[in-house]
Design a protein around this ligand. Structure first.
Ligand SMILES: NC(=O)c1ccc[n+]([C@@H]2O[C@H](COP(=O)([O-])OP(=O)(O)OC[C@H]3O[C@@H](n4cnc5c(N)ncnc54)[C@H](O)[C@@H]3O)[C@@H](O)[C@H]2O)c1
Length: 245
């Protein structure tokens, strides 16, 4: 199946690498114009160039209100429309409660929770006027189960679930859908930073007995972005190889 997003415009945050880049690639392959937004603008622009026409890389720090607003404004100026917005940018600052600092907590909450809220607010303002749109928020199975060493990250990812459902209820009657994805263990730079023994232990606990690949999350994002999911809002889709079902 091709062309699920022909003629649509999508913004993907944290799209310079990893899951965000894979989502941008899949939207692009299905005909969308894609804005790859990242705080690492050089990497975002290089990634956009590798996609070719209908893709641009834009600098954005999702924790800053003005930066998120200008991302949406620039997209509208270039494309005249905004159909899909993926809140994907993320960081980790893992540490046990004994070692985690308030800065570690605030930084992770700022990128995931404040960043997602700013993105939902800015994108939905445009989409509700248009009478349609799909917003996709990247949560994590860490927000469902809680991971030791991730009190900041698990709190932020659980918060994204509540934010997704509240926004879905506010926006449903305006034709704007808001859904979330909870990936499990996916092979990216983020998980490459984990101690190998922790990665191996988590992988062994997965019923499918392997970590996932970014494109396996991107396929679910494509489904949520497209009309295939036209009657779904406020849903939280787990992409974890059967982990924590
Ligand atoms: N990899 C996994 O196993 C996994 C599992 C569950 C959820 N997730 C979530 O999926 C998303 C993508 O993860 P990934 O593994 O691809 O990570 P990654 O580290 O490979 O990529 C994250 C991207 O986000 C960008 N970014 C970070 N802070 C930003 C900011 N303030 N503004 C704009 N961009 C910013 C980075 O520059 C980077 O390009 C994250 O939200 C992550 O929490 C990942």
């Amino acid at each position: 199946m091709t062309g699920l997003l022909t003629g649509r415009t999508a913004i993907v945050t944290g799209a310079a690498t990893g899951i965000g880049l894979s989502i941008a690639e899949s939207f692009h392959a299905h005909g969308a114009s894609v804005v790859l937004a990242d705080r690492d603008v050089d990497a975002a622009q290089a990634a956009a160039e590798s996609l070719g026409e209908r893709a641009i890389g834009v600098e954005c720090d999702v924790t800053h209100e003005a930066s998120v607003q200008s991302l949406v404004d620039e997209t509208l100026w270039r494309s005249g429309r905004l159909d899909i917005y993926v809140n994907n940018a993320g960081i980790t600052r893992d540490a046990s409660l004994r070692k985690m600092t308030p800065d570690d907590f605030d930084a992770v909450i700022a990128v995931h929770l404040r960043g997602t809220w700013l993105g939902v607010r800015a994108a939905s303002a445009v989409m509700r006027d248009a009478g349609s749109g799909s917003i996709i928020n990247m949560s994590s199975l860490s927000g469902k189960s809680g991971n030791p060493g991730q009190t900041n990250y698990s709190a932020a990812k659980a918060g994204i679930v509540g934010l997704t459902k509240a926004a879905a209820k506010e926006l449903a009657h305006k034709g704007v859908r808001v859904n979330a994805i909870q990936p499990g263990l996916i092979r990216t730079a983020m998980t490459a930073a984990m101690p190998p023994e922790v990665f191996a232990e988590r992988e062994a606990a997965i019923p499918m007995k392997r970590a996932g690949e970014p494109h396996e999350v991107a396929g679910v994002a494509l489904f949520l972005a497209s009309d295939l999911s036209s009657y779904m809002t406020g849903a939280v889709l787990e992409v974890g190889g059967g982990r924590l079902m």
